[in-house]
Structure formats: C-alpha cells, structure tokens
Design a protein around this ligand. Structure first.
Ligand code: GLU
Length: 297
C-alpha cells in the first residue's frame, strides 16, 4: 500500500519532469500511448481459433502485469496502463484490427500464465514472459521482442551484496513460477530456507524496503523500473546472470496467430516503430537497445 502511494507520487513527479523536457521515468505513467496506430481494417487470420473468438467478441483480451513500472503498469489514479509491454500489446492489437478502446487488460501473475493462456482466458499475453522449452510444452511464443537478464535489487545502503555469488546467508525474494526463482534454487545461490516467494515483484520490493529480505531477484528490466521509482532507497547491483528472451504468449496450437504476430513484430522492427516504443518507455531508464532476431517455429 505504502509503496503504491509512493509510486503514484513519484510517477506524478516524473510526469512533471518529462513535461519540462527532462525525461527521468521509465515509461513512467500515463500520457497516452507512445504509438497511436489506427486499427487495421479487414484483417484476416485464417485458421486461427483465437482470432475467430476475438472477432466474435468484438474485443481483444490481453494478459499483462500491472505493477511493473516501465513495462506493464496501471496508474492507480487514472486507471491508465503504460510501459514497453503495454505498448507492444497495443501495437499488436491495432495491427489485428483492435484499437485501444477495444482492449480488455487482464492481470495475470507469473505463476498463472500457462493456465490463463491454455484455458483461453486471454487471447495473448505480454508481460516479461521468458520463452523457454518447458513453457513451450503448454503455450507457444511469438518473438522475442526483447532480451533481459537476471539481476539483483538491494537497498541503496547495501554493501555486502554485489552479485549472484554474494547471496549465501541472505534472504532473497522472487516470484512464484518465475525463471529467476527457479535459477536461485537450481544454482543454490542461497539456502532453501532463505528463499522467499510471492505472487508479485511489488510484494518482494515491499519486503526489501521493510528489511524482511535482503535482495529481490528477477529480470534487470523489471528491477530498473522499481529502482527508478525510488532511486534514494533502491539500487540494481552486479552483472546480469541469465538470458531472458521475452515472448508474446499464445495458445499452444495457434500457429496461424503466432505467424501473424511474428509478422507484425518484424514489420515494427523494420519500420522503426519498435525503436520508438523502446526509446519512450524502457529506454528511458535502461541502456540503448535494438530489436532482437525473431525465433520463428
Ligand atoms: N522473465 C521471467 C519469467 O518469465 C521473470 C519475470 C516474470 O516473472 O514475469 O519468469
């Protein structure tokens, strides 16, 4: 609760800064979409059961995160969604024929993604979702549309934790069903009893601020977003220690929609739209990046 209030306050401050021409927030808050694509007309995706369901509904349901600043974030005051993942999700929707007024966002935490997608509760999912073989058994992925790496977030006065090999004896928080928590376990980075897990990274960050844990671990892109919200209290430390290619999660058997979304992504890589989205969201708190090569299958 406290964090949310702070986040909102800081986001408002960041908006003011942006208005003065000094961008500081990672895609911070509202301000409307970076790219306002008119919805494409007459789109057809033959053989896609998901697309047929969207057409019947007249709306698209997109699975997202809503508490990851710069990536997928819902402003508590305005109800507006913002961030890199949200912009990618909106771009795909527009190219499929659905404007922002035809999108329903559904918040799905890391641990529930495969279930939500395979049960058809969302048409597609855009939320820091790493493509891997284990997940490909239950869902499929378009992309990648970004590549992150696992990192560490600590309190700004922390000196003992400087990288993944300094975590022994420290309490480390991450999210249920995420690749980073699995890696902490698999690599024995800290003792099993020192691994703390929650449904969301916001809960981990709250635990870090209240000194219940010593570090939060997940993708650097996510951690940088939290650090940018409270730079006096939080910092990202050490080298990244994994490769996390972000994909758009889709029904396992809907190859037609996967191919279509890959075409949409490739076009945005080629025409500069991806770059514009990145530079105006994640790029504000991160380093420069260019689009990754798609892994079509
Ligand atoms: N990219 C990682 C994953 O897909 C961590 C971020 C997340 O939990 O969404 O598990």
């Amino acid at each position: 609760m406290k964090l949310r209030a702070l986040v909102v306050g800081l986001a408002a401050a960041a908006l003011t800064l942006t208005a003065c021409g000094q961008s500081g927030s990672p895609g911070g808050s509202s301000g409307g979409p970076v790219v306002s694509e008119a919805p494409a007309a007459g789109v057809q995706v033959p053989d896609s059961a998901t697309f047929a369901a969207m057409q019947q509904r007249g709306r698209v349901v997109i699975g997202v995160k809503d508490d990851q600043p710069g990536l997928g974030f819902k402003d508590a005051t305005t109800g507006e969604y913002s961030g890199f993942d949200i912009e990618i999700a909106r771009l795909v929707a527009a190219k499929l024929g659905y404007g922002t007024d035809k999108i329903d966002y559904k918040t799905v935490p890391s641990a529930a993604r495969e279930d939500a997608i395979s049960r058809g509760e969302v048409d597609y999912y855009v939320g820091t979702y790493t493509i891997n073989d284990n997940r490909k058994k239950r869902v499929s992925f378009a992309g990648p549309y970004f590549v992150a790496g696992q990192g560490l977030l600590v309190r700004s006065d922390e000196t003992a934790i400087t990288g993944k090999d300094t975590l022994k004896g420290k309490k480390v928080c991450s999210v249920t069903g995420s690749t980073p928590i699995q890696r902490v376990r698999d690599q024995g980075l800290t003792e099993p009893e020192n691994i703390v897990e929650f449904q969301t990274y916001t809960q981990c960050v709250d635990q870090l601020l209240s000194k219940q844990v010593d570090a939060v671990t997940t993708d650097d892109a996510i951690l940088k977003g939290y650090a940018a919200q409270q730079p006096d209290k939080l910092k990202v430390v050490g080298e990244t220690f994994s490769t996390e290619p972000y994909g758009i999660g889709l029904n396992h058997d809907d190859a037609a929609l996967r191919n279509k979304i890959n075409d949409i992504l490739q076009a945005s890589y080629d025409d500069g739209t991806w770059q514009k989205i990145y530079d105006n969201t994640l790029g504000k708190s991160g380093s420069p990046a260019s689009p990754p090569a798609l892994q079509r299958y």
